[in-house]
Design a protein around this ligand. Structure first.
Ligand SMILES: *Cc1c(COP(=O)(O)O)cnc(C)c1O
Length: 230
């Protein structure tokens, strides 16, 4: 099947580029988790990824993620939720999410915090790297308050910080990710285990790796262009 071959090729090429970026930054490729962001793509593509050895997949819309996780529940996948999560959907997301990268307000922590879980959800506090409050992510000034709330929540375990880079014309990703690294250091003063940095997408993963990212969220470079949202 040609689609399998090309998906395999794109995955292998990305894995090689990540290894190269790690090497250039004096880091080990093994310390990086590649999350393949599969939003808008059909479950057939996720099945192919799973056959290629991918375990970590990312989605940004609850309804879509829930349906996919249910359909693919027999596969050994970890579902990473990377999009805006409505408070009223939080407990539903807690049923399938291995991790939530978009913890951006206390109300969301409260809603997730008492969910019934066998193992806690890995929580990333999303920080806004721009001055535009509409961009998603908490104001960096609220980082500690939010992290303290996560630390008190039984169903959550604090893993680290997450961010989406500003648009390239607003700021170079390397500069923005340096700030993210400082936020990560602030978080680790509260909890030495919260070392993860979720950053880096198709167009800025090299800068993210150079700035210490541990979880890369890569979509289109691997999956190809996204189909038009349903
Ligand atoms: C879509 C998405 C990605 C992946 O983006 P690509 O540019 O396709 O690699 C990463 N993170 C978040 C939060 C996303 O919504």
């Amino acid at each position: 099947m040609t689609t399998t071959v090309s998906l395999a090729d794109r995955l292998a090429a990305m894995q090689a580029s990540i290894a190269e970026a790690a090497h250039s930054a004096g880091r080990q490729a093994d310390d990086l988790t590649l999350i393949v962001v599969t939003k808008f793509h059909p479950t057939s593509l996720i099945r192919e990824l799973s056959e290629l050895g991918v375990r970590d997949v990312g989605e940004n819309r609850h309804q879509e993620a829930q349906a996919k996780a249910e359909e693919l529940s027999s596969l050994d996948l970890r579902w990473h939720f990377v999009g805006q999560l409505q408070t009223k959907k939080a407990r539903q997301a807690a049923r399938y999410a291995h991790s939530i990268h978009s913890i951006d307000r206390e109300r969301l922590v409260d809603a997730l915090g008492t969910a019934e879980r066998v193992t806690p959800i890995e929580a990333f506090v999303q920080v806004n790297l721009t001055d535009d409050p509409g961009r998603g992510g908490a104001d960096p000034a609220d980082l500690e308050t939010l992290a303290e709330a996560v630390l008190r929540a039984p169903a959550l375990t604090l893993r680290g910080v997450m961010a989406v880079a500003p648009l390239p014309e607003e700021e170079h990703p390397a500069r923005a990710f340096e700030r993210l690294k400082q936020y990560s250091e602030r978080l680790q003063r509260l909890d030495a285990h919260a070392t993860a940095i979720s950053a880096g997408m198709t167009h800025d993963f090299r800068e993210a790796v150079a700035a210490g990212a541990t979880h890369l969220r890569i979509g289109s470079a691997i999956t190809g262009n996204r189909p038009y949202p349903a």
